[in-house]
Design a protein. Structure first.
Length: 235
């Protein structure tokens, strides 16, 4: 099932953002994110946990990326295993895909003791410090235990070196599920480190700053794949 958030009435859509959720997440986990990006004129489509049925996820993403009713540029935003899914789409040269935004890219290394399977409360704390998003997760937007126990499909591993599209990485510097120091080398492009950000960096307390960072990337992409600079700081 895909959830849709469209641009405000009377505004021409500026592009399409396809969101690929992470392990155990439903589309509901990205309602706030989807509405925020749509409010800036982008058409948003959200896929639930793609690892639940990987081939169905690829088929749905492929269909949306070539849908003539969805304007370009067409960008996949992936969180956790959704980020690996996005990288795999790019490595497969998926038609219609123009760029990637990768958040909380997971690394296949032993997890620190702080995020061992200590229960749902510990998982939520590892995901986000945002009280609202914690409430959303607790209301069924994520399957308890999935983030810290679900295996990463081998089909999604090792594709970062095969990506030639423009990419933006966003990663919390307080992410204990996928520590930034380990994950940063696995991003194929620049990474924006979010101060105090946890694993669900799209939905953490700094979600407004993250959304603004993403919108700036999208606006630059609209000007060309070489991402021309729009704003500069001069002293």
């Amino acid at each position: 099932m895909t959830t849709a958030y469209d641009e405000p009435s009377g505004i021409a859509a500026r592009g399409t953002v396809l969101v690929a959720a992470g392990r155990g997440e439903t589309e509901a986990a990205y309602e706030r994110f989807g509405r925020r990006i749509a409010a800036d004129g982008y058409r948003v489509r959200v896929l639930p946990d793609v690892t639940a049925d990987l081939e169905a996820g690829f088929a749905e993403a492929g269909k949306l990326l070539v849908d003539d009713a969805l304007p370009g540029p067409r960008v996949v935003v992936g969180s956790d295993t959704g980020a690996l899914f996005a990288l795999t789409l790019a490595a497969r040269r998926a038609p219609g895909l123009d760029a990637l935004i990768l958040a909380g890219l997971p690394v296949a290394t032993p997890r620190p003791a702080s995020v061992n399977l200590l229960g749902w409360a510990a998982e939520v704390e590892a995901r986000t410090a945002c009280p609202n998003h914690q409430r959303v997760l607790g209301s069924g937007a994520a399957t308890p235990g999935a983030l810290l126990s679900a295996q990463i499909p081998t089909e999604l591993i090792g594709h970062a070196g095969n990506v030639a599209l423009p990419t933006l990485g966003v990663h919390g510097d307080a992410d204990t599920v996928s520590p930034l120091a380990e994950a940063s080398a696995h991003y194929p492009g620049p990474v924006v480190a979010i101060t105090g950000g946890r694993h669900d960096v799209l939905n953490d307390v700094t979600h407004r700053t993250v959304a603004a960072t993403i919108i700036l990337f999208l606006e630059r992409l609209r000007l060309g794949a070489d991402l021309p600079v729009i704003a500069t700081v001069r002293s």
